[in-house]
Design a protein. Structure first.
Length: 404
């Protein structure tokens, strides 16, 4: 695309708002967790099982939604995913125990898994290489914005109207977005390779890059899931803050995460603009930003809740900065007709890691304390950066089937 259309910014804005809604729906449970745990009598292990129900479906559907979107096209595939998860979000209002809550979370995850495969297709369709990290950071910042506004908004709705009304109101926002998407989204003229049939999954699984990138996400993404699903719990039960205080200050780390999205995308684009190779710019940016995530380790040991929140904020900004870069990598080396499938398949590692580490988190807290959990999630990102360098091959040239 020699002359990018100015409409690309409107298209990525649509994806940004879808991602905000995605995380509003997802974070409603996190914000309501202290209230629901008390009403349903859930232990930390019980709650971890509800979280894992989400992750099981997320893992499975990442492998399904990506190829589905590549086959149906961005507009229809994305619309189906958003419609499904919005309906499932409303269904959470009818939960009456831990089992039914877990079942509705399972349904929610089935739809939510399609957001990022669709998003990276929009980025590849509308943006040139140098802008892709920034565009990815912009739309991915919707996750932090959604998480940021979810805590005060959901707690307010639940205190005023009850937790069931909070689930229903948040879920309804997706249908508003859906109308706008169907009316306004369009796909720009595509090169011949983008109009070819999707690359078969079995061929993608033969790529070294796919295997390595899956492991990267297996180690990295569970850290984010810990913060979005467990952080309000940590503030209440680990730092003994009340719900009003959590509503006032619990959004701050998510604001830092939002800034991380933009900073990570901008920094990588800056390196590319200075002539740094794609391989070094992308991988170097991820290495630097994952190192910031080690600040989670001292966060659990400092006495001041304010200092703890500041360190967690730095860790969350590190994650989103890393992810902004990672989102742009598949489009650097794979054809457009394989992008949603690639992100979906690799995100199965994300879902599997999130599911396993959610169970580990609940067990560690009940058996020991919050300390080993924060240490674990401070170390895992460093492992993901190492795998990115050693396990994915060079990003300077297109990958080929059968690479080893």
């Amino acid at each position: 695309m020699d002359r990018p259309s100015a409409r690309r910014w409107f298209m990525i804005t649509l994806v940004f708002f879808a991602t905000v809604i995605n995380y509003l729906d997802r974070q409603t449970l996190s914000a309501l967790a202290p209230m629901l745990r008390e009403e349903f009598g859930m232990s930390n292990v019980d709650y971890s099982r509800v979280v894992s129900a989400f992750m099981v479906a997320y893992t499975i559907m990442n492998g399904v939604s990506g190829p589905m979107i590549d086959r149906l096209g961005t507009k229809l595939g994305y619309a189906l995913c958003v419609g499904w998860w919005s309906a499932a979000s409303i269904l959470q209002a009818f939960a009456y125990n831990a089992v039914t809550l877990g079942a509705t979370r399972f349904l929610l995850a089935m739809g939510e898994a399609g957001n990022w495969p669709a998003g990276i297709r929009v980025v590849a369709e509308w943006f040139p290489v140098r802008e892709r990290s920034l565009a990815s950071g912009i739309f991915n910042s919707g996750s932090a914005i959604g998480a940021l506004i979810a805590t005060p908004l959901v707690i307010f709705l639940s205190l005023e109207f009850g937790w069931r009304a909070a689930f229903a109101a948040i879920g309804a926002t997706g249908f508003v977005w859906l109308v706008v998407w169907l009316l306004f989204y369009e796909t720009p003229p595509q090169p011949e390779v983008a109009r070819r049939p999707p690359v078969p999954v079995r061929e993608l699984l033969g790529l070294r890059f796919i295997r390595g990138f899956t492991v990267v996400k297996l180690f990295l993404d569970p850290v984010w899931y810990f913060y979005i699903f467990w952080f309000p719990e940590y503030l209440k039960n680990g730092r003994h803050l009340d719900m009003v205080t959590i509503a006032k200050y619990g959004w701050i780390p998510y604001l830092a995460a939002d800034l991380g999205n933009i900073a990570g995308g901008w920094f990588c684009g800056f390196l590319l603009g200075r002539g740094v190779s794609i391989n070094r710019a992308r991988k170097g940016s991820v290495t630097l930003t994952t190192a910031l995530m080690a600040s989670a380790i001292p966060a659990v040991f400092v006495e001041s809740p304010i200092a703890s929140m500041a360190l967690v904020s730095l860790a969350m900004a590190g994650y989103t900065a890393s992810n902004a870069v990672l989102l742009s990598i598949p489009a650097d080396i794979l054809p457009r007709n394989a992008l949603a499938s690639t992100w979906g398949l690799c995100s199965m590692g994300s879902g599997f890691g999130g599911m396993v580490f959610a169970l580990v988190t609940g067990w560690l807290i009940d058996a020991y304390s919050w300390a080993p959990v924060f240490v674990l999630f401070g170390v895992l990102p460093l492992a993901s950066a190492l795998v990115l360098w050693l396990g994915t091959g060079s990003l300077n040239q297109p990958v080929r089937h059968g690479e080893s």
